[in-house]
Design a protein around this ligand. Structure first.
Ligand code: NAD
Ligand code: UDP
Length: 352
């Protein structure tokens, strides 16, 4: 039987590369479209090395309609998982037009190309940020989208709205919106992980770089929140659990309409708890100092993920210690991320 082919936009990135691996292992064919603005092709070579099968890589941009049309005419795509986008919250404040252009215009261009090609099955990478600062915790999918605190969050909310309208306008469409909480961790092999460019914005890669000696100390933003230890609380989930959620979401695309799921572990962890756990597992000190709150940060939020459990049969299975141990393995074995090491040849590569 022919394998179903999945287009993974942004598939060379952190989550997309782990999801591509899970898809290959689940028996799908994978076509990755990525412009490599925040990724290395080396990530896909690692995917192929672990999976023992190849990914078709196309270097191109989701805003390039001609590239998309060519891709859909060359490949019989069953469904699209759309990860491609810009994701740095603070950068979105200083460069809003880039964020709206890539995240919103890019997603609309992708949908137009999909519609023209008759491919109307889409899984979209959304975020817990769409609930906004006023939503009570835990967040539940039945809550409305709230006001957003920055252009990144607004771009996710706008795309969600567009996809909701699209799925209502045309019954051929089936769309799954996956609202991620805080993905961390790495593939257990130590071959794949998060490889942020420059100074990491996110907590986990920053702690890992302090523990390995690449950075002096962590700045903890705020210790005066109304939480148990005064630092912010987030719902961290393993990137492999998150990736498995995408494979499950593909099954939901057989039902037309819009389907929304939170993907989180459902448990809050504070910044200081994370620091303590990382130091314990890595057996390295993680020095830190307190600084004022970071603009736009919320005190605490976590997911109610029961809907994903009931309808997708998905649950975050890996605990915090495993997330940290896998991150640490990746960090130790690849202190400079993907920029060093093995250079195997990707099987099939083309450029738009
Ligand atoms: P990432 O930056 O590692 O991956 C995004 C990928 O998209 C990169 O490989 C980048 O090169 C590619 N890309 C960017 N612009 C593109 C364009 N115009 N055309 C083609 N490719 C393009 O980020 P990630 O952490 O893997 O996030 C994946 C998705 O999940 C993003 O949409 C992000 O907003 C969303 N998300 C991430 C998190 C998180 O904490 N990592 C949380 C919620 C939602
Ligand atoms: N954080 C921190 N120092 C850092 C990076 C993050 O104290 O160098 C805190 C941040 O204030 C937030 C939590 O860690 O409370 C998670 O931040 P991250 O950027 O990883 O995720 P998000 O803001 O998207 O929840």
């Amino acid at each position: 039987m022919q394998k179903a082919k999945i287009l993974v936009t942004g598939g060379a990135g952190y989550i997309g590369s782990h999801a591509s691996l899970v898809l290959l292992e689940a028996g799908y064919e994978v076509v990755v479209l990525d412009n490599l603005t925040n990724a290395s092709q080396e990530a896909l070579q690692r995917v192929e090395q672990i999976a023992g099968s190849s990914v078709t890589f196309i270097q191109g941009d989701i805003r390039d309609r001609a590239c998309l049309d060519l891709l859909f005419s060359d490949h019989d795509i069953h469904a699209v998982i759309h990860f491609a986008g810009l994701k740095a919250v603070s950068e979105s404040v200083t460069q809003p037009l880039s964020y709206y252009d890539t995240n919103v215009c890019g997603s609309l261009t992708l949908c137009r190309a999909m519609q023209a090609a008759g491919v109307c099955r889409l899984v979209f990478s959304s975020s817990a940020t769409v609930y906004g600062p006023d939503a009570p915790v835990p967040y539940h999918e039945s809550m409305p989208r709230g006001r957003t605190a920055n252009p990144y969050g607004t771009s996710k909310s706008m795309v969600e709205q567009a996809l909701e309208d699209l799925s209502q306008s045309d019954e051929r469409w089936s769309v799954v919106l996956l609202r991620y909480f805080n993905p961390i961790g790495a593939h257990p092999s130590g071959l794949m992980g998060e490889d942020p460019q420059g100074v990491p914005n996110n907590l986990m890669p920053y702690i890992a770089q302090v523990a390995v000696g690449r950075r002096e100390e962590l700045t903890v933003f705020g210790n005066d929140y109304a939480t148990a230890d005064g630092t912010c609380v987030r719902d961290y989930l393993h990137v492999m659990d998150l990736s498995e959620g995408h494979a499950k979401a593909l099954g939901r695309l057989s039902t037309p309409g819009l389907h929304i799921y939170n993907l989180g572990a459902g448990k809050g962890v504070s910044v200081l708890q994370m620091v303590e756990a990382f130091a314990r597992i890595s057996e390295r000190p993680v020095p830190y100092h307190f600084a004022p709150r970071r603009d736009g940060d919320l005190a605490a939020f976590w997911a109610d993920s029961q809907k994903a459990e009931q309808e997708l049969g998905w649950q975050a299975r890996r605990g915090l210690d495993e997330m940290i141990a896998d991150t640490w393995r990746w960090q130790c074995r690849n202190p400079q991320g993907y920029s060093t090491d093995i250079h195997t040849k990707s099987q099939r590569t083309s450029k738009c």
